[in-house]
Write a protein that binds this ligand. Structure first.
Ligand SMILES: [Zn+2]
Length: 236
């Protein structure tokens, strides 16, 4: 596949994208979790046409990049102060920070209540990330448990789950049958988490993205595309 790096000015912003020519018939734009933009274009399309089309989506691209910024654990935009919103399972929650003799985080009536011994941002960030990780371990495991039922007739072994931060991917799997999920997925809707898990489980049967792979994924989760889009577009 041929590819090149292109630049596009939009207002005061410069959008950099990787242009990839393929045999597909229509143009596709994808913003990856690390903010990189991939544009896939039909082999015979002109750079001018592609530029115009990408420009018409510039607003969406910038929104997407901003959205993914929200996921970044060390985003400078995060202040960890009262009223700031943080994502959990696809919803935004307002932080309410309460100084206390104990540490506790809970979700209550649209708020993320943090009882904390210290209220400096670095401490709160660490505590909140620990809480996200705990929730990720618990919820990803639950979703795996109910998703694997759909795979009964394929006789796959329940994979070991590994949960860690990843810069470029939501999930991956190894040939030895381990599924690795991005901790940040805990900020996405449950359906999107299920989509990533089912996607990785399908890889235990078909390792590559072949037509058979997609047929199986569609059979087991007919609305996977909707959840994939939500994962790439939530909260616009
Ligand atoms: Zn895959």
């Amino acid at each position: 596949m041929l590819h090149s790096i292109q630049h596009l000015n939009y207002g005061s912003k410069c959008i950099e994208y990787k242009l990839i020519f393929t045999t597909r018939k229509s143009l596709g734009i994808k913003v990856l979790p690390d903010g990189l933009v991939n544009v896939i274009a039909p082999n015979d399309s002109s750079i001018t046409d592609i530029h115009t089309k990408v420009k018409s989506k510039a607003k969406w691209i910038l929104k997407q990049q901003l959205f993914f910024d929200n996921f970044k654990p060390h985003s400078p935009a995060r202040k960890f102060i009262n009223g700031e919103t943080h994502l959990y399972l696809g919803r935004q929650f307002k932080l309410q920070i309460i100084e206390s003799t104990t540490n506790e985080i809970k979700i209550y009536r649209g708020e993320m209540i943090i009882k904390t011994k210290k209220s400096n941002p670095e401490y709160l960030e660490r505590k909140l990330n620990e809480w996200y990780k705990d929730k990720a371990i618990q919820i990803f495991d639950e979703i795996l448990t109910h998703s694997i039922v759909k795979f009964e007739k394929y006789k796959i072994e329940r994979p070991t789950l590994e949960i860690r931060l990843m810069e470029k991917r939501w999930g991956s799997c190894t040939k030895s049958g381990k599924v690795i999920l991005n901790t940040e997925l805990i900020k996405a809707p449950k359906g999107s988490i299920e989509y990533v898990i089912i996607h990785e489980l399908c890889h235990l049967i078909h390792y590559n993205h072949t037509q058979k792979f997609y047929e199986l994924q569609t059979k087991l989760m007919p609305d996977w595309e909707k959840w994939k889009i939500k994962l790439e577009k939530v909260m616009l």
